[in-house]
Design a protein around this ligand. Structure first.
Ligand code: ZN
Length: 119
């Protein structure tokens, strides 16, 4: 098997790998499936992983509130760390869309909001 560097979530998804997100503040660890994150915000799929790191927030009450994370790509995790729903991460609303509406929207609703904002 040849080695291919994983640079984006799309690469990770293609190789059936998972994204491990660790908070540098409290060491909280969350595992995401790349597909769930791409579904959550489809523009994330092709951004370099190091640019996604700044988008994560260690969300209270479980988290410490710190912004930014250490990202690594891993194989299917141990049983104690199951993939989480992508709710601990909030993305910035695109131009013309209210942040509050964006945060509450699911994937289908986000697509609708984007269409609406484009007019
Ligand atoms: Zn934290």
């Amino acid at each position: 098997m040849s080695y291919k560097p994983i640079r984006t979530l799309a690469d990770a998804a293609r190789h059936s790998l998972y994204l491990r997100v660790v908070c540098p503040g409290c060491q909280r660890e969350v595992i995401f499936s790349p597909g769930s994150l791409i579904g959550f915000d489809f523009r994330m799929g092709h951004k370099p992983l190091e640019r996604l790191a700044t988008k994560f927030v260690c969300k209270p009450p479980e988290g410490c509130g710190r912004r930014g994370a250490e990202l690594s790509v891993i194989q299917w995790p141990s049983i104690r760390a199951r993939p989480a729903a992508p709710t601990p991460m909030l993305s910035k609303a695109p131009r013309g869309i209210e942040q509050d509406a964006w945060d509450k929207a699911d994937v289908g609703e986000k697509r609708r909001l984007i269409r609406q904002a484009r007019g």
